[in-house]
Structure formats: C-alpha cells, structure tokens
Design a protein around this ligand. Structure first.
Ligand code: ATP
Length: 222
C-alpha cells in the first residue's frame, strides 16, 4: 500500500470451521481487500476453550479449509492449533506466531460478538501486546460506548488501516463487512437430516462433507 511501511501484515482468522462456509470466506476476503492485507491465515481450532468439541475430526476440518481456500491468492491455512494438546487459547497461538514472525504485523480477526467478550478471554491484555485486533461487524452494529471496552477503544481504537501496516500490534480496528446469515451449526443439522449444502460453501468443501460422511446421521453425536 502506497506510503505504508512493509510490516507485511497477516490476518489471523480462527474458528472451529465445522464446516467452513461462505460466511467465513466472504468476511476474510472483504477484510483482505479493504485493509490491503497480503495474507489471511485460517487457523482451525483444536479444542476450543469456550464451546463443545467439534463434530468433524480435526483432519476433516483441515481438509475442508484447504479445499475452501484453494486458488485464492493470499489465503493460507495454518494447522498449528491442531497439533497442540489442551484448549486453543488465542494468546498461546499469538505467542507462537510472534516467536516465528517477530517483525510482522499480526491482525487477529474477531466478530463483534467475540469482541464484546474480550475482557473474559484468557490473558486478554497480553493479546494486544502481541497483535492488533480487527473487529468484523455487520453493518448497523453498535460499537460499545460505555464500560471497559469503550475505554479500551478510546485508548487503542483506530480508523486508519495504515496503523495495521505501520505497527506490529496494539490497535483495535473496527470494520463493517457483509454478513451472510450462514451458520455451521445449521449446516450440520441440515446435512444430518439429509439436506444438500450446495451453494452454502465451495464445492470442494461440500465434496469433503459428502465423501467423509462427517455430519451424516450415523456419525453425529447425540
Ligand atoms: P456456528 O455457526 O455453529 O456458531 P461458527 O461459524 O460461529 O459456528 P466458527 O467456525 O468458530 O464457528 O467461526 C469462526 C469465526 O467466523 C468466528 O469469529 C465467527 O464469529 C465467524 N463467523 C461465523 N459465521 C459467520 C458468518 N456467517 N459470517 C461472518 N463471520 C462468521
């Protein structure tokens, strides 16, 4: 980007991706384009700390992410959380990435719902020492205007995408993206009940779901 220094920002898009769908992909793509981020790194979560275990195996979820991003320049997959024992805390992943990429800008992408819970995240203050936080929100969402998050926003918030290119960590950038009302939970239920998930996700992801039977009735846990 003209005038920006070269800290080679990477966006970190984490999730269970059980399965990945166009809602995830469109958000990642719009952020990459609008903020001119050269790379969006998808990190499938191993054992997420705040929710139930994923239904599909880690291996199948990884295969789905690979299929989803194939052919899209700038989209890459990073499977480090799948190799780690115990809960996947963002701060641990960021420590790991920071050790590997000391000089790059790292932008942790979160939805507004997750951002509103940020003060409950494990070692959340450390997160801002390691990375920027990019909040993807649906148009019309209200940004908090009171409480600890609004104070944090006064201190750390920025409306300049350039800050994400010129510094390695520490800013909060809020960006509206098109929200597609697609949910992984709804897709799993739909497939479990014999539905065809075509047009909710790239064809390669659909193929993996159908070939592996990962959400089919006989493999679904009660
Ligand atoms: P579920 O729909 O079952 O709740 P999920 O898609 O929210 O699952 P994850 O795979 O962990 O679960 O989501 C990864 C990230 O993608 C989260 O930050 C989540 O807020 C965001 N996300 C989920 N669905 C959408 C969507 N339709 N559009 C944009 N972002 C989404």
């Amino acid at each position: 980007m003209a005038g920006f220094s070269q800290l080679d920002p990477m966006a970190i898009f984490g999730g269970t991706f059980d399965p990945i769908h166009y809602g995830h992909l469109r958000t990642a793509f719009e952020l990459m384009e609008s903020l001119r981020l050269p790379e969006v790194r998808f990190l499938p979560a191993g054992t997420p700390p705040h929710r139930e275990r994923p239904v599909a195996d880690a291996r199948v979820r990884l295969e789905m992410v690979r299929a989803a991003i194939s052919g899209q320049p700038g989209f890459v997959v990073d499977d480090r959380e799948l190799h780690r024992e115990g809960p996947s805390y963002s701060v641990d992943t960021l420590l790991d990435l920071r050790a590997e990429y000391a000089h790059r800008s790292i932008c942790l992408v979160v939805g507004m719902d997750a951002f509103l819970d940020l003060p409950k995240w494990y070692h959340w203050r450390e997160i801002l020492q390691l990375a920027h936080v990019v909040v993807a929100h649906r148009p019309g969402w209200r940004v908090p205007d009171m409480g600890p998050l609004s104070e944090l926003l006064v201190d750390r918030g920025t409306g300049r995408a350039g800050d994400l290119h010129e510094t390695r960590a520490g800013r909060i950038y809020i960006h509206a993206v098109t929200q597609l009302e697609i949910s992984s939970t709804a897709i799993r239920e739909f497939v479990f009940n014999g539905g065809d998930p075509r047009f909710l996700m790239p064809d390669g992801v659909r193929k993996t779901i159908l070939d592996s039977g990962c959400y089919a009735r006989h493999t679904e846990r009660t």
